[in-house]
Structure formats: C-alpha cells, structure tokens
Write a protein that binds this ligand. Structure first.
Ligand code: ZN
Length: 217
C-alpha cells in the first residue's frame, strides 16, 4: 500500500529532514514569486529553477492551468504573503493533451449520470494554453496591478525551456537546458542566506540571469 509506504518513509527520517529544511524560513517566499505548473511526476521544479526551500510558492494542478482555485491561491499569495511575480510553465507530453474537454465530460456523464461542473482545461498545444492562461492572469481583477507574469513550455524529454508571449507572433526563444549547476545558484551563496528573505528576488527574475544560464548549456 503506497500510503503506508509514505508513512514509513516519514518515520525513517522524512519528518526530521523536512523539519531541518524549514528551519529559520520566513513564511513569505524569499523570491516573492509563484511558480504555477503541472502536477506531472517527472517535473522537478526545484531542480529546474535552482530553487531552495522558502524561495517560492509552487502551485501545481493537472496541466498547470489557471483555474478559479489557482486565482484563489494567487490572490492569497499576493495579498497575504507578498508575492509579486508569476512564472507559469506547462509542458509537452502533458496528459491534458490526450483528450478533449467534451469527450472527458461525456465519458464522466455516461459513467456517473451527470456532467462535472468544472472544465478539464484540456489542450492540444501547450504554447496556446500558456498564452491563453497568461492573458487570463493579465486581466484577472483580483491580482495586483503590475504583477509580472512570464510563461514557458518545457520539453519533457530535453527540458529545453521555451518562452511564450501573449502577443501572437512575438519571437519565442528556445532555451537550452543547463548541464551542471544553474547560474542562479550563485545568488544563493551570499551572506544573505543566513538572514533569509532579503535581496534574492530581483536578481533571480532578471532576464539577464536566465540568458546567462542558457548560454552556458
Ligand atoms: Zn502535465
């Protein structure tokens, strides 16, 4: 039984490790950023962006799509925990690309006798999906004015990161993955590590940092 296996791992040291990892961290994320992405079990968000505990809020759901509940979490994250930027990332080979919303709904209706009140947000092209979700975030009345949003599609095989822009036709830059330590980790090694929250946000999200990382790969 999988749940019992997880409890066993907790008892075997998971609990102690989690406690140690959380020690001294402030509740507001140090980078004042939310990462919204898919629940896909192959996506290691912390590895991909050189994250450490306490850096960001990570919101995950099927697809990494913008739903009412994502807006709920983003709004609380912004208003109560001071986040100001959103990195949205969906991926190739996503389960949400394997069916249509109508088919899924129909299947459920045939099986349980009623359609679900929610939509699956199924998509064929993750780039189109990211673009639409970014547009939706941009126009959401509950998010703070001036919220920075950048959207990406990651290739689930090569882990190349492609930026998506709301304006159709704008150039999309294919970013090759970094082999070895990401450049952003340099920012984690300063003396500010002990004090925690201050100073890391701006550097991390600066495009020049990401370009530096891409150039090295
Ligand atoms: Zn997915």
């Amino acid at each position: 039984m999988a749940i019992e296996e997880l409890i066993r791992r907790y008892e075997a040291g998971g609990g102690h490790l989690a406690k140690a990892n959380a020690e001294g961290l402030a509740v507001p994320p140090a980078l004042h950023t939310v990462v919204l992405t898919c629940m896909d079990s192959r996506l290691d968000v912390f590895a991909l962006f050189g994250l450490e505990m306490g850096d960001v809020h990570v919101l995950r759901n099927a697809g990494g799509v913008v739903t009412d509940d994502v807006i709920r979490s983003l709004t609380i994250s912004q208003r109560k925990l001071a986040t100001r930027e959103i990195l949205l990332m969906q991926h190739t080979g996503c389960g949400l690309g394997t069916f249509t919303d109508d088919d899924f709904s129909e299947e459920l209706a045939n099986e349980v006798g009623m359609r679900p009140p929610w939509r699956t947000h199924a998509f064929r092209d993750p780039i189109v999906s990211v673009r639409r979700d970014m547009a939706q975030l941009r126009h959401d009345p509950f998010l703070l004015p001036g919220t920075r949003v950048r959207g990406f599609v990651v290739d689930i095989v090569t882990f190349d990161l492609e930026e998506v822009f709301v304006e159709q036709g704008a150039p999309s830059v294919l970013r090759t993955p970094v082999h070895g330590r990401p450049a952003v980790e340099i920012a984690h090694e300063g003396p500010e590590k002990q004090t925690g929250a201050q100073g890391r946000g701006a550097d991390f999200s600066a495009p020049s940092q990401i370009r530096t990382a891409a150039a090295g790969g």
